[in-house]
Ligand binder design. Structure first.
Ligand SMILES: [Fe+2]
Length: 385
């Protein structure tokens, strides 16, 4: 039996999509964003001006870190309890959107106060959602797909931990895609987030949980990202390219929300948790190595060949390397982290992290500890290792 849910009540796309806000029934909206950028750039005002037209009051919680800390989620939930919003609106990259989901969970479930981050994975622990508020996510990057996924990634930097949990009810009610909001991304953010979206699509495609439905989405997303990422990177102000990348990222999000991911994400999470490598960049560096590794699985290999046929590439790995070069992404983690001794010392901890990662079981090949260590070293040192 396959039970599939793609997206919430509405995915609102296109260049006038922000106007949708004027049509929602809202008394009080709490906007969750990362730092002062949304206010300084005028993005926040684009939301609040529209909310004011509906008569809704609003407040903003902007204390979300690049990798949202569990402690910040709890602070945001405090504000929500005081302000009593009937909409929570995440505005920003994946961190802001994940933080909005996390705050929503604690706002709706005051009984969770005092629990440890890891307990959020306990089945049935999230009792209520949508009793107090709806959730809207407005991405300002094109990569995480968080606006349409059921998962939340949180960090506990004191413990070098990144932690994720998921629940299908966490898929936002409204995913609002406004391409103009993504045009302020600089080149490296465009590249990193775009490569994250590509990784979502490819990992969902070869996941053990892939279905005909998720394959259709993943194939479309892969084709769009190969075509439009270099264009959006070269012409950042072109809203058509931005729109295509934003849509592709959301489509890839729908694919992996159902199919899951794989060990590219596992390894990226480890490098993110231990060395604070930005998520999309870590995926971009890791993807070709894992693709090679997964080829021992016949089904995965056949699917890679199918993507080659669809995109017209003689070799998928070479196409990824080429794309990576076009958008100026390095080929080994060492070029980013450059801390050989610390890396070697942290490997045992990273391996433990990797085998606790929710993405690992979905990978088409089940890695042994030796496999995982070898892959991590390849990713760190590059092909010469
Ligand atoms: Fe990702």
């Amino acid at each position: 039996m396959e039970v599939i849910k793609f997206g919430g009540d509405a995915i609102v796309a296109g260049q006038a999509s922000l106007d949708y806000i004027e049509n929602i029934s809202c008394k009080a909206a709490m906007i969750v964003t990362s730092g002062p950028y949304a206010e300084q750039s005028g993005q926040l005002a684009q939301i609040t001006n529209r909310l004011e037209k509906t008569g809704a009051k609003h407040c903003c919680f902007d204390a979300v870190e690049p990798n949202p800390e569990f402690s910040s989620i709890l602070k945001g939930a405090e504000l929500a309890r005081e302000f009593q919003p009937d909409w929570i609106i995440g505005l920003g990259g994946g961190s802001a959107l994940d933080a909005a989901k996390g705050i929503w969970v604690f706002y709706e479930n005051p009984q969770l106060k005092g629990i440890e981050m890891d307990q959020l994975r306990t089945p049935g622990i999230i009792k209520n959602l949508r009793m107090k508020a709806h959730l809207m996510c407005i991405p300002t990057t094109s990569g995480t797909g968080s606006e349409t996924t059921a998962s939340v990634v949180l960090s506990d930097s004191a413990k070098n931990r990144k932690f994720s949990f998921a629940d299908m009810r966490l898929i936002p009610d409204v995913a609002l895609l406004s391409p103009a909001l993504t045009s302020s991304m600089n080149g490296s953010l465009t590249a990193n987030t775009g490569m994250d979206a590509l990784t979502h699509a490819i990992e969902a495609y070869v996941s053990r949980e892939a279905t005909d439905f998720t394959d259709a989405l993943a194939e479309k997303a892969v084709q769009m990202i190969f075509r439009y990422l270099p264009l959006a990177y070269a012409e950042p102000d072109n809203l058509e390219y931005r729109e295509r990348m934003q849509n592709a990222s959301c489509i890839a999000g729908m694919a992996f929300a159902s199919a899951g991911l794989g060990i590219v994400h596992t390894i990226a999470h480890a490098f993110g948790g231990f060395f604070h490598v930005p998520h999309g960049l870590a995926n971009a560096v890791t993807l070709p190595y894992v693709l090679n590794y997964n080829k021992v699985c016949e089904t995965a290999d056949r699917k890679y060949q199918r993507l080659e046929a669809l995109c017209g590439f003689p070799d998928l790995k070479e196409a990824i390397l080429e794309l990576r070069k076009t958008v100026n992404i390095p080929s080994a983690m060492r070029e980013i982290v450059n801390a050989d001794e610390i890396f070697e010392k942290e490997i045992p901890g990273m391996l433990i992290h990797a085998f606790h990662d929710r993405c690992t079981p979905h990978n088409p090949v089940s890695p042994t500890e030796e496999d995982m260590e070898r892959l991590m070293k390849l990713v760190y040192y590059g092909e010469t290792e």
